[in-house]
Design a protein around this ligand. Structure first.
Ligand code: PHE
Length: 337
């Protein structure tokens, strides 16, 4: 038998095989138990003794060559299947679109409020949620006997008696003023903690945004101007604002700020408890005792501060009636923002 002829036949067969099935048929035809290679090997004992060795080598070389060719062809067929039109896979089929998330409403309001203050020249800062008792209370002129220092109104850290979860963002005033000299114009968004029983308007964790500005000759009217611009930007340009006298240990004078009800526009409805006004934030001129604690000269510098609950702003702005909705991760709620 002419080995060269056989080899030419094998090569022709392989180049015509264009599918994995055709290739498998050739593998059986040549390498199977009753295949050509087996037949050639089986013919060796019948040969003259001096021919056996060289014929055996040729058959072996042929077998190796055949294995190589089969291998190569297999690879090239696998490569072909990725080309358009040749494939079991339809590479033109539309993909599975990834689900797009949305910004959480609280994050969104923080962004909006920060941007408004940013445009007025305020920097955005953050502070730690675990605070010292000093920054949260003493440094803010909150005396030992003040009820908010009570263990029922503040989360103290077990084994670290001077540390607590901050109950407001005001401690960042103390931190910042200790580090930097005036002029300062800062807003501070962040989480705060109070051991309140959870209901439709209370949570043990919520968000506040603090703002403060310190310089020479800062007046109460500056506070009014800034807050009026801010509240009109976030709600609507036709809202009214009013200051009610209030008390905070760290501001003097202090006020609570209301806006005219967004629903009844001041006439009185069920949303505002028939008052026509909605309480929105606390504010005032920074108390001289706060300045003394951070080595600012209260004769030289004055400043104002304000703080507000972000969930409350979001609830009023979007007409949400239960604060718990923000933190239940219900996508039907969250996808609306
Ligand atoms: N820290 C006060 C609160 O949590 C809010 C406030 C901040 C009031 C700054 C006045 C000035 O209620």
């Amino acid at each position: 038998m002419d080995i060269n002829l056989i080899q030419a036949q094998i090569e022709a067969d392989l180049s015509n095989a264009n599918s994995p099935q055709a290739l498998e048929e050739l593998r059986i035809k040549y390498l199977g138990r009753k295949g050509l290679i087996a037949e050639l090997t089986g013919s060796i004992p019948a040969l003259a003794a001096e021919q056996r060795g060289s014929f055996g080598k040729e058959v072996n070389a042929l077998k190796n060559r055949l294995l190589n060719l089969l291998n190569e062809k297999e690879k090239s067929l696998a490569g072909d299947s990725l080309k358009p039109g040749n494939a079991d896979v339809d590479i033109g089929m539309p993909g599975i679109a990834p689900e797009l998330g949305t910004v959480h409403p609280i994050t969104r309001i923080i962004g909006e409020i920060s941007t408004v203050f940013n445009h007025m020249g305020f920097c955005v800062l953050e502070g730690p949620e675990v605070e010292t008792e000093h920054n949260n209370f003493t440094g803010l002129n909150i005396p030992l006997e003040h009820p908010s220092r009570d263990a029922f109104d503040t989360f103290y850290l077990k084994n670290y008696t001077n540390f607590l979860l901050r109950s407001h963002t005001s401690p960042v005033q103390v931190r910042t003023m200790k580090k930097h000299k005036p002029p300062l114009a800062i807003v501070v968004p962040g989480r705060v903690y109070r051991p309140d029983a959870v209901d439709a308007s209370h949570l043990f964790m919520f968000h506040q945004i603090e703002g403060f500005l310190v310089d020479e000759n800062v007046r109460f009217s500056d506070l009014k101007g800034i807050l009026s611009f801010f509240l009109k930007s976030v709600f609507s340009s036709d809202i009214k604002m009013r200051f009610r006298p209030h008390f905070f240990p760290f501001t003097e004078p202090s006020a609570e700020v209301d806006i005219s009800c967004l629903i009844c526009k001041g006439k009185g409805c069920s949303a505002c408890g028939r008052k026509g006004w909605l309480e929105i934030l606390g504010a005032g001129m920074i108390h001289p005792n706060v300045f003394k604690q951070v080595d600012y000269d209260p004769k030289k510098y004055t400043g104002f501060a304000f703080g507000m609950g972000i969930e409350r702003i979001a609830m009023l702005k979007y007409g949400i009636n239960d604060i718990r909705l923000f933190f239940e991760n219900d996508l039907r709620f969250l996808k609306q923002f």
